[in-house]
Design a protein around this ligand. Structure first.
Ligand code: SF4
Length: 70
């Protein structure tokens, strides 16, 4: 299983990730950055892993990290 994380110090709040995968990411009005919606960032399917990787590639700030779960 893989997990996805967002580094809030890098996020420039462009909205790209939430536009590509609205079930994985959302823009947080309170935090002012994008946040991961799924529990502990766990990606439940190969499709979600691919989608999260696509978002990581598309993120202009390099703020999205997809990694193997420990
Ligand atoms: S694509 Fe990257 S910079 Fe844009 S909102 Fe998502 S995490 Fe932030």
């Amino acid at each position: 299983m893989k997990i996805v994380k967002i580094d809030p110090s890098l996020c420039i709040c462009c909205g790209t990730c939430a536009a590509i995968a609205e079930h994985l990411f959302e823009m947080s009005a309170s935090e002012g950055v994008a946040v991961v919606k799924v529990d502990q960032g766990k990606l439940a399917s190969p499709e979600d892993e691919d989608l999260a990787s696509e978002c990581a590639t598309a993120c202009p700030a390099g703020a999205i990290l997809v990694q193997d779960a420990e």
